[in-house]
Design a protein around this ligand. Structure first.
Ligand code: FPP
Length: 251
């Protein structure tokens, strides 16, 4: 946590920030790259490119605000049905991200992990990501989960298949916590805050199990314009929520 950074944003935005109420895990649906590009009279690919820059800034911002886990929806299982050229652009950006951002991520002690059907990604991207994951494996300030070829239902289904292979006695006594340990986010706290940009009010098959008690924050800002100040606002809004997990409030 970088108190100088926090104080500067709090003063600039006129918001109160509670260091003891920082969400441990933030999940983001990075939406609106295409619309951002169109509004600038650019190709959709330019929007995705700017989207990667926005992601880089948000990773750094999360690190400074004391967030421990950041999960971003970078490519869904449904995204394969986009035009071939756009899928190609996203895949190129992905391998470029893995190669070019390694040093910056390491400097910031960010550990990168992939959730999703890794084997279904093209070989080049698998190799670049494998290197990125291995090279950042020792980092311990922020875990960045890249959701790639990810779908929430597929995640639950693969967990069910693992569960089904367990001895009947273990399956019978399985708790929700045990089951969560079979999901791709095993060992991580559940997201406290879900952010979706660009004014869409949907979950789009993201982290279905894990988001059961997350607070939702929606903004009309398009992803390429979502900057550290926007992140700060989202976290302050989260801090003002009363989380009850189905129980009554303490007040
Ligand atoms: C949604 O915008 C965004 C995506 C489908 C991809 C998100 C990807 C990035 C931010 C960059 C890639 C990330 C890495 C790590 C390389 P959209 O295209 O659906 O926008 P639209 O709704 O305005 O069309």
């Amino acid at each position: 946590m970088d108190m100088g950074y926090i104080d500067e944003f709090a003063a600039r935005l006129g918001l109160q920030f509670w260091p003891e109420r920082v969400p441990r895990h933030v999940a983001i649906v990075m939406d609106g790259n295409g619309r951002w590009a169109r509004r600038q009279g650019l190709e959709r690919s330019a929007g995705h490119r700017r989207g990667v820059e926005a992601l880089e800034n948000i990773v750094i911002g999360c690190r400074k605000l004391g967030v421990e886990y950041l999960t971003v929806y970078a490519f869904s299982t449904e995204n394969w049905s986009r035009p071939k050229a756009e899928v190609g652009t996203l895949m190129n950006l992905l391998s470029e991200f893995a190669d070019k951002k390694l040093n910056r991520l390491k400097e910031n002690h960010v550990r990168v992990q992939v959730i999703g059907d890794f084997a279904g990604l093209p070989l080049l991207q698998r190799m670049a990501l494998k290197h990125l994951m291995e090279a950042t494996a020792v980092e311990d300030k922020l875990v960045l989960n890249l959701a790639l070829n990810y779908g929430g239902r597929a995640d639950i289904l693969q967990a069910v298949k693992k569960a089904a292979a367990l001895p009947p006695a273990r399956l019978q006594t399985m708790t929700e916590e045990d089951f969560a340990g079979l999901l791709q986010t095993a060992g991580q706290p559940e997201p406290d805050l879900l952010i979706r940009t660009s004014g869409e009010l949907r979950l789009s098959n993201f982290l279905l199990w894990q988001l059961a008690y997350a607070e939702f924050y929606f903004t009309d800002t398009l992803w390429p314009d979502f900057d550290e100040a926007e992140l700060f606002r989202a976290i302050c809004a989260y801090q003002g929520r009363s989380r009850r997990f189905g129980a009554l409030s303490e007040e």
